[in-house]
Each structure stands twice: as C-alpha cells, then as structure tokens.
Design a protein. Structure first.
Length: 277
C-alpha cells in the first residue's frame, strides 16, 4: 500500500491526484490511499476539477507514521531517512508514505493539458462574463500576486511583491503586445490597487470564497501569464493553450527555508531573474 498525505490547498491537490494516477500505472497491484487530518486544508479538488481522489485512510499506523515519525524524519539528514518514507525535501518514487508536495513535472504530460479540466458552474455571474469577454478579446496578460501567508514572518515562500519580478515581467509583456491589457488576480487586491495603476489595468474581484477557483479559468484564457510562486496560478498557466507565453520568477522559496525550486516549469516558459528590493 502507498499513502499520500493530502496536506496542501487546491493547487497542490491537483498534483496529488495526478501522482495517484502515476503510482497506479507504475504499481498496478498496489493499493493507493490518501491521508488527511483535522489540520489539513479542505479536500476540494473533486469539487472543482474532473479528477478522482484515492480512498481515504485514517488508521493509527498511518497517523503514527506521518505525525510522529514524520516530524523526526524532517529533522535528520536526508541520507538517514528510510527509503519507504518520502519527506518534503526529496521526491522518492519507491516510498510507501508520501509527505512530499509532489510538485514535479516528471509524472504528468508536459505540453498536453487536456487531462486537466475544471468543473464549470451552471451559471456564471455577469461580472465574470464581462471579465471573460475582455480577456478573450484583448491582448490580455493575467498577473497573479499572492501575499497573504507569504508576507508573514517564518513563511518558506518568497514574497515576490517585494522584488522586481512583476516590474520586469510587465515590461516584457508590453514588448510582446504594445496594447497589453493587464488583469490582476490576488488575495490582496488593496495592495495591488495601491501599487499597480493605469488605464490598461483591471482588478479581477468577481470570484471569492468557493468561487475562487474560477480565477484559474480566467487566467487560462489570457494571451500571457505572469504567475506567482503558487500552484494556483501555475495550473491557470498550464491549462492555457498559449502556454508558451508564461513568465515565472527564479525565486520561489526564501533562502533560509532550505527548499529548492520545484521541478514543474515547462521548457518553453520564460524565467525572470529576480532581485529583492
């Protein structure tokens, strides 16, 4: 049996489901299960995407492995971690227990995104449809800025809003389309409104709460994607048939986190060498 700890939000849950398919194909005789606890984010991937979850398991043995032994394995050098346990530091396909976020392009189709389909509501709001019309009929650039937990002390993730990344990426997008129209998606639109202004700028504010995933649908329809260091906007760019025009920062995690850039960027995407201000 192989068990995946579903311990991430929607974007991470897409990776988990795809990895489940990979394991099933690689080990057809193995049972694949997932684990989550009361502190895990809500498991919502089936609600928003046409993906299937493995069966859930919540035995004493699994809880002991992830929540007791896992804490110990995270503190010791990787070379001493048993091969049957996959920590967040390194992806080991042969393991039986996966704590890793499983952010790796090696186990899914790089360019063909037809496997990933969002579930659409029966009715879209008028505001959503107005944004969709604008995005589809202009030289649109979807810009995702994530702040929230990223700006808190102790976060592993780089706060890209405090770097020159967006300034550089917006300049490059303007070089592609002189009449670029920028559509900003963010969990902190007040920050965006105070720092990004212009006649060609739109603030996408129609999707909140359970409708937040619809931002991914809108992002996927833009001509250019400027993604954050977030799997949320990553999937929006990946689903975009214009995915050759995607920009990302070479800063994903803060230096002190000790974590490495995930192996998920497509070869055709443009890496922006980013400097902290």
């Amino acid at each position: 049996m192989k068990v995946i700890w579903f311990n991430g939000n929607l974007g991470n849950q897409v990776f988990y489901c795809k990895y489940k398919e990979f394991l099933h194909n690689k080990y057809p005789n193995e049972t694949i299960k997932y684990y989550s606890n009361s502190r895990s984010p809500k498991i919502c991937v089936e609600q928003y995407f046409q993906l299937s979850l493995p069966d859930r398991i919540d035995s004493f043995k699994v809880r002991f492995v992830f929540e007791f032994l896992g804490k110990f394995f995270r503190r010791i050098p990787l070379k001493f971690v048993p091969k049957w346990y996959c920590t967040r530091k390194s992806l080991n396909y042969e393991a039986s227990y996966f704590e890793h976020y499983l952010q790796d392009k090696s186990f899914f189709e790089k360019e063909d995104s037809s496997w990933l389909k969002a579930k659409k509501p029966d009715n879209f709001s008028e505001k959503y449809l107005r944004f969709e019309n604008l995005i589809c009929n202009t030289n649109s650039v979807a810009v995702h800025i994530r702040r929230g937990d990223y700006i808190k002390p102790g976060s592993d993730y780089e706060d890209l809003s405090a770097t020159d990344y967006y300034e550089q990426a917006i300049k490059k997008a303007t070089e592609v389309y002189l009449d670029s129209q920028f559509f900003f998606f963010s969990d902190d639109l007040e920050f965006v409104k105070n720092n990004f202004k212009g006649d060609n700028i739109y603030y996408v504010d129609c999707n909140r709460g359970t409708d937040s995933y619809l931002d991914i649908l809108l992002m996927s329809q833009a001509k250019i994607n400027i993604i954050a260091n977030s799997t949320f906007s990553y999937w929006g760019a990946y689903m975009n048939h214009e995915k050759k025009k995607v920009m990302y920062s070479d800063l994903w995690f803060r230096n002190e986190s000790g974590r490495q850039m995930p192996n998920i960027m497509l070869n055709s995407w443009i890496c922006i060498e980013t400097k902290r201000k």
